[in-house]
Each structure stands twice: as C-alpha cells, then as structure tokens.
Design a protein around this ligand. Structure first.
Ligand SMILES: NC(=O)c1ccc[n+]([C@@H]2O[C@H](COP(=O)([O-])OP(=O)(O)OC[C@H]3O[C@@H](n4cnc5c(N)ncnc54)[C@H](O)[C@@H]3O)[C@@H](O)[C@H]2O)c1
Length: 298
C-alpha cells in the first residue's frame, strides 16, 4: 500500500461556499486522507454557506467513506480582493454582509489563523477562487477596471496569500491553485480578462515555486482543470457547451468530476508529491493534448 496519508496536517481551502465546486471536493479529499480542514469563504456567501451546513442541506455531500460528516475546523471570512483591512472601502466595510465578520482581508485571515493555531500550523494551502466581473464580455470590450479586478482577485490573491500565510506554513508544505486552459488557448466566451488572470496565475506558479520554496520550504503547483458546472462556472453562461465539447473531443469521454480534481490536490498536498513544484498539472480527461476537434460540427 502507498497511501495518501495527511494525518496530523492542517489545510486551508480558500474559496468554498457550497458543495458544488472544486474547493469543496478538495476539502473532502484532504479530509478523507486524514487532514484537518479550515475553509475561507467570501463574506457575501458566508451566511448562506453556514445555513446550508446547519440545516443539513449538504450532509449527503459531506459524508466521508468512514460514515462521518466532513467537519470544517474553522470557517473564516475571506475577501481575497483585499490584502489589509485598510484597503477595503468604507462603504464595503459598512455593508450588511461585511460589518460583523471582523477583518476578512488576507492579512486578517493570516492573523486569525496565527491567533487560533500559532506559527508552524499550516501544511496545505489551496487557492480555489476566482472572479471576473466582466467575464461575459469579450476581452476587446473589457474595461480596464474589470480586467484589473479579474487579475487582482483571481491571480494576485495567490501572491498575497502565500506572502502572508507562507510564514505560518510548516517546512514541506504545499500550495495548490486552480487554473483553466483559457490561459494558453482561446476559449471564446471566457472573457473579461479571466484568460489573462489564469495566464498570470500559471506564470506566478513557477516564480512562486522558486521564491516560496527558498523562503518557506513549500511547494507551489496549479491544477488545470477541465470544465465543471460549479456556481462560478455557471455564471459564465457557456459551461454546458464547454462540458459537451470536451466530452465529444477529449481522449476520455466521461465527464470530469470534482472528486477527480480533489484526489489530485490531495496527492499534490502529500509527501508523495515532494518532488513536484512549479508545475501545471492537467486534470481534464486529456483534452489539453488535442490539436483537432474529433467532431468538426460540434
Ligand atoms: N468550474 C470550472 O469549469 C473550472 C475549470 C478550471 C478551473 N476552475 C477554477 O477553479 C476554482 C474554483 O472555482 P469553481 O469553478 O470550483 O467555482 P466555485 O463557485 O465553487 O468557487 C469559486 C469561489 O470563489 C469565491 N470568491 C469569489 N470572489 C472571491 C473573493 N473576492 N474572495 C474570496 N472568495 C471569492 C466564491 O465565493 C466561490 O466560493 C477557480 O479558480 C476557477 O477559475 C474552474
């Protein structure tokens, strides 16, 4: 047996607000492997997520193979658009979804985790969040503001999180983010600067692997996942088309499940992957390897 054993390790998965996306599946796979899991949740989705859990609405998805329910050690508010509380505009801080959550900035999250668990308390950091307010617009029609916001929330946030949470990470730790192949090939409809944000995320993965490897002794990788009808992806408006196209044209034709991505994230987070850093790992049923559509009419 060569097990993925994460017993005694603590993970933080940033970008979980329901049971439909990659973040939840990754949290579950990490827990299956024995890790303790904290999550970071965007304040506008925080109450809904807590209510889903309290009312048992996602108990079926929370069920682990040992029959127990996936428990989150902590659910932290996180708005990855802001590095510090001072960066947040006054009106947002006063907003009803924000005013009672404390400091949801990246620095606030790091401080809270240090208060809760101390230094040397984090082994696995997962960045599973993205937002592009103009994602439905072609890049040519995207405003400077929309573009910069997509890159800020979806790519710079990884830099900010490693800078602030890296000091809490134990030697040998692992950082994993989620990317999409629109970074390297044109996916019509994936607009608003989101393709640019994913390209930045992948490039930064290499640079951060070097810098965070030397500074904190941790590995940094990104998973390039195939399309999944998560909440965020459904907002793009073309997700069913993307899934259908991949099913017709990828080497493996069954639909990608979030569970498959969760398992790869658990592997990357484990000592079994101790030699892998700076990599973009494709979990897309092999679609990235294709150079021609099988069915030109699709
Ligand atoms: N679904 C796909 O087809 C697909 C494919 C490849 C990569 N990805 C990537 O996977 C990651 C997870 O997305 P998903 O598709 O599982 O959807 P999801 O809706 O489960 O996750 C996105 C999360 O980002 C959070 N978020 C948005 N803005 C935020 C902010 N400012 N601060 C903190 N959190 C914020 C949302 O609340 C949500 O929980 C993203 O990076 C996405 O780009 C998705």
């Amino acid at each position: 047996m060569l097990p993925i054993d994460l017993t005694g390790r603590r993970a933080l998965v940033a970008g979980v607000a329901d049971d439909a996306g990659f973040g939840f599946a990754i949290a579950k796979a990490l827990a299956e492997a024995g890790a303790t899991v904290c999550v970071g949740t965007w304040p506008p989705a925080l109450n809904i997520f807590r209510t889903l859990i309290e009312r048992g609405k996602i108990d079926e998805s929370r069920k682990l193979s040992n029959g127990q329910l996936l428990e989150f050690e902590k659910i932290y508010p996180l708005d990855a658009a802001f590095d510090t509380l001072d960066d947040m505009p006054e009106d947002l801080r006063a907003n009803k979804r924000y005013k009672d959550v404390g400091d949801p900035s990246v620095e606030g999250l790091a401080k809270q985790m240090r208060d809760d668990f101390g230094d040397d308390s984090l082994d696995i950091l997962v960045h599973s969040l993205a937002n592009g307010p103009e994602v439905k617009k072609a890049l040519l029609d995207t405003s400077r503001r929309g573009y910069l916001e997509a890159v800020s929330v979806s790519a710079y946030s990884l830099v900010s999180m490693i800078a602030r949470l890296g000091p809490l990470m134990r030697h040998g730790g692992s950082v994993v983010s989620l990317t999409y192949m629109a970074s390297e090939r044109v996916i019509p409809g994936y607009g608003g600067g989101m393709s640019s944000a994913k390209a930045a995320l992948e490039s930064d993965t290499r640079t951060l692997a070097f810098e965070a490897g030397r500074r904190f002794g941790v590995r940094v990788n990104t998973i390039s996942a195939g399309p999944l009808a998560s909440r965020a992806a459904s907002a793009i408006g073309i997700i069913e088309k993307m899934i259908g196209y991949v099913a017709k044209n990828a080497p493996l034709q069954d639909h990608l499940s979030a569970h498959e991505v969760g398992n790869v994230a658990a592997f990357l987070g484990s000592p079994l992957a101790s030699g892998i850093t700076g990599s973009t790992v494709y979990v897309d049923k092999g679609y990235h390897a294709m150079g021609m559509a099988v069915d030109p009419s699709s």
